[in-house]
Design a protein around this ligand. Structure first.
Ligand code: IMP
Length: 433
């Protein structure tokens, strides 16, 4: 289903970036999906199949890891840009799954020639490393994301462009896999990966993916030159950023606004609006500090009501209160101009709701030891699920949202009140000026 809107009359902000402002899993997928109805193109610019977007459309659940959810809208063109690490195996599985559901890919999915390739040996390295770290493990998704980004900056990785030349592909794959196998066998002391299997699958990937490989930066520029609305879809969240997140418990890409520019190949003037996605509470998967984390029945309540287990790895998410200090940091890192508040309805049953407004010690160096200072607000203890109109929200819900707005100084222009695509309160569409 596609929402009808007259593109030319309505759009002024043609280039909207969506950024997660916590530790990921803020509910970006649904918002990307909704905004896609107003876009001509959707572009993924970082991360890989460590992301997982659960979408509910007309009651039907779809999980996407790599392909932009724009693929569900038949007139939208989807791009996987150079900042994304691509597992051909995962991508082909996702394509096959969507095709089973009648989604057509013809001319609608394009991959950057410069996107790094995730090989099975990257996955093996990721998992071996986590195993060795034991209790100090990062809690990665085990999908080979980190080792692939490492190979990229070490200038030894493979890129999708390498699939285009089968004469040199064998040699390139062999060199890289031999290096990985050396590490696996001699450093991590685990079984190496069978080179011949990777070589034969690489040939299949070449055949299947070559027609999709192109210059994504140029394609995006072409949409922009025609004044067509483009949505840039971030994965993970600002606190998982390799530079600005809770290092070393982060992912291996930049999850903040800068990666739109390097990860697609556009400049800052080619972005009009940065929409931050903020969940009404906080969750985290994997290890690392989480000062507002709860370990009581409220945590259980949030996990249960919010279905807080990973759509990708099925791991249970840690739950805690919304942290205004971190949201302010995300605003600063990303120049966020407006917010979508998600999963508001999950708070429906709570008698009070805490907000972290400050810390006893103000340092990003010792988050583990930090004692948050809370503001305690009354809950609303009534149903907001599925409300689509601001006026229909309970008074205390409005006060909660307005309190957040006054603390962060950025408007909350969209509010999500349920998993369905239509469960949204739109105070202002980010594509409109
Ligand atoms: P990696 O990205 O698989 O290397 O995992 C590094 C850290 O980022 C781990 O704590 C993961 O749980 C976390 N992470 C990666 N992708 C996501 C995501 O899409 N949502 C939430 N956390 C993520």
């Amino acid at each position: 289903m596609r929402y009808t809107l007259n593109l030319r009359d309505t759009y002024m902000n043609n280039n909207v970036v969506i950024i997660g402002t916590q530790w990921g899993d803020e509910g970006k997928g649904k918002i990307v999906d909704w905004l896609t109805s107003y876009a001509k193109a959707v572009v993924r610019f970082q991360g890989g199949h460590n992301a997982g977007h659960t979408l509910v459309v007309d009651g039907k659940k779809t999980i996407l890891r790599l392909i932009p959810s724009g693929i569900l809208h038949e007139n939208v063109i989807c791009y996987i840009a150079n900042g994304v690490v691509v597992s051909p195996e995962a991508l082909l599985e996702e394509i096959a799954e969507l095709e089973k559901h009648g989604i057509s890919f013809c001319g609608r999915l394009h991959l950057s020639y410069a996107a790094p390739i995730i090989l099975p040996s990257h996955v093996a390295l990721d998992q071996a490393r986590e195993h060795v770290l034991g209790i100090h493990k990062i809690g990665t998704t085990g999908r080979g994301i980190g080792p692939t980004y490492e190979d990229k900056v070490a200038r030894r990785g493979l890129r999708l462009v390498d699939l285009l030349d089968i004469n040199t592909l064998t040699e390139k794959v062999t060199t890289l896999v031999n290096y990985h196998n050396f590490l696996l066998e001699h450093y991590y002391q685990v079984k190496p990966i069978a080179l011949k299997d990777i070589l034969s699958t690489a040939m299949e990937w070449s055949q299947q993916l070559s027609p999709l490989i192109t210059d994504v930066s140029h394609c995006v520029r072409t949409h922009q030159d025609k004044n067509e609305p483009v949505l840039f879809e971030g994965a993970q969240g600002s606190l998982l950023d390799i530079d600005h997140g809770t290092y070393p418990y982060v992912t291996s890409s930049s999850t903040t606004i800068s990666s739109v520019f390097s990860g697609v190949g556009i400049g800052p003037s080619q972005v009009d609006t940065v929409l931050g996605i903020m969940k009404a509470y906080t969750t985290r998967v994997g290890s690392g500090p989480f000062p507002s984390e709860l370990h009581d029945e409220t945590a259980e309540y949030l996990a249960k009501q919010g279905h807080e287990f990973g759509s990708n790895t099925k791991r249970l998410r840690r739950c805690g209160w919304l942290d205004i200090v971190f949201i302010k940091k995300a605003i600063q890192l990303n120049s966020i101009s407006c917010f979508c508040l998600t999963k508001l309805d999950v708070l429906d049953g709570l008698s009070h709701i805490n907000l972290v407004i400050d810390y006893q010690i103000k340092s990003m160096l010792s988050l583990d030891m930090e004692e948050p200072i809370y503001d305690i607000l009354p809950g609303w203890e009534s149903n907001t699920a599925g409300i689509r109109d601001w006026a229909a929200l309970p008074l205390n819900t409005k006060s909660y949202i307005e309190k957040i707005e006054s603390l962060i100084g950025v408007p909350i222009t969209m509010i999500s009140t349920g998993p369905d695509r239509a469960d949204l309160i739109i105070r202002k569409n980010p594509f409109q000026s």
